[in-house]
Design a protein around this ligand. Structure first.
Ligand code: LLP
Length: 416
């Protein structure tokens, strides 16, 4: 059940009025719900039950340390892709031994830091990366635990920009080449083989592509066993979709039941890297109507939130529900394009939305907890929004609004 509900005509996050938060902290504003993060995360751990497993929240989907700290406290692992994400997890109290390090372009410095703190596993995406990791670890007198991220060449049937498991994508190692590279890994001094990893894309609404990928991974695991290379875990990545509009994605429980069934009596430890399915519907983005512009052929609501704050509509033509914070209105219902102040035609958060609004009204863009703030920029020299975490009746500022001064505080004028 959603934690975002109308109470006395006003949209609330848990038991806190979003109108009150907007009043107090200004707009645009991201608001998250701790309960929602926890519920969505424990949907995975509950479904896994006693099965040996590690659920690593994909930090890229929402990296606020308030969010990460809430998840760390319920035992979450974390999937990171950079030194910056690693430091965030550590600052939030995350356990290094529950971190998997993904990403195609890890630098030597990042590997060193991850080895020093003792991450659980590196998800290696190329032969060249494997060689570098072995050298870096050996030079430190350490060994690095690895999975190779294989590319199983299955179609995730999602948006091309967020599909990652096809031969044409930059991610992972061609599954047909993987056995050879595993053999090489087995011979490298700085490497210990732990698992096999794959992540085929994001916002998948069907289970079948995941199962196709698993079948291909299991073939590889059998091939490796024949070569006396033993695998402890399977990391199946993230990718489970959410409902933005009329999608009907599988729940984590259905997804995990299907995976367990396909595994039969194989008892590999399972790792998952969910991002969106934990964070998307745990957050909303609040924005206020600055002006209405009613034309003969089109109505615009010019809002104070923009593509720099929430880029998914502009970048992927993503659709997110946009609802008024105050449930009732005297205004006539009109179809509006909701556009921000940024000087780009692509600066919209929604198009052709039927709304009964007037200047000054507050709107909530739903499902904004994933790939929202984390993809925000300062384009047009706009400070990024504040982020609030609601917990029951309480609301905490987990990130202050970026001030104008801070926008150029680390820039300099030329000496003359
Ligand atoms: N693991 C790896 C290796 C990934 O690349 C990703 C996402 C995840 C896990 C988490 O996937 P999720 O459970 O969130 O689907 N900005 C895009 C989504 C990009 C996803 C990138 N990788 C969007 O806003 O739709």
């Amino acid at each position: 059940m959603s934690v975002f509900n109308y109470k006395n005509g006003v949209l609330n996050a848990e038991n806190v009025s979003l109108a009150a938060l907007a009043e107090q902290h200004g707009t645009p504003l991201y608001v998250y719900s701790r309960a929602a993060f926890e519920q969505h995360f424990t949907a995975y751990t509950d479904a896994l039950g006693e099965w040996p497993s590690l659920v690593c929240f994909a930090v890229k989907s929402n990296s606020n340390i308030g969010v990460l700290s809430a998840l760390a406290r319920i035992g979450a692992g974390f999937d990171i892709v950079s030194e910056g994400e690693l430091e965030r997890v550590l600052a939030a109290g995350g356990e290094p031994s529950r971190i998997v390090f993904s990403g195609v372009g890890k630098q030597a410095r990042e590997m060193q830091r991850a080895l020093n703190v003792g991450v659980y596993c590196f998800n290696v995406e190329s032969e060249a990366e494997l060689e570098r990791l072995s050298e870096v670890a050996s030079a430190m007198g350490k060994t690095a635990s690895v999975s190779l991220r294989v590319n199983p060449d299955v179609d995730a049937q999602t948006h091309p920009y967020i599909s990652t498991g096809l031969k044409d994508n930059k991610f992972g190692i061609d599954i047909n080449d993987a056995a050879r590279i595993y053999q090489k890994a087995a011979s490298l001094p700085g490497i210990v083989i732990k698992g096999v990893d794959c992540h085929i894309g994001s916002q998948l609404t069907e289970i079948s592509p995941f199962l196709d990928a698993l079948d291909r991974v299991l073939e590889l695991v059998d091939d490796l066993a024949a070569r006396e290379i033993r695998i402890e875990h399977l990391d199946l990545g993230g990718g489970l979709g959410v409902k933005y509009r009329d999608e009907n994605p599988a729940s984590p429980a259905e997804y995990i039941a299907a995976i367990k069934e396909r595994l039969g009596d194989r008892t590999f430890k399972l790792i998952f890297e969910p991002g969106r399915s934990v964070s998307a519907n745990a957050g909303v983005f609040l924005t206020r109507v600055e002006y209405l512009k009613l034309n003969d052929h089109k109505n615009f609501a010019i809002i104070d939130g923009a593509m720099n704050d929430l880029i998914r509509p502009a970048l992927y033509s993503a659709w997110q529900a946009i609802v008024p914070v105050n449930e009732t209105s005297e205004e006539p219902v009109r179809a509006y394009d909701l556009v921000g102040p940024v000087c780009e035609t692509g600066d919209f958060l929604g198009k052709n939305r039927d709304l009964a609004i007037k200047q000054g009204d507050l709107l909530a863009v739903m499902s904004a907890g994933a790939y929202g703030f984390v993809m925000a920029s300062n384009y047009n020299s706009r400070g990024r929004p504040a982020e609030i975490m609601v917990d029951g009746e309480q609301a905490y500022v987990v990130r202050e609004r970026e001030s104008i001064a801070s926008l150029f505080s680390n820039e300099s004028c030329l000496p003359k």
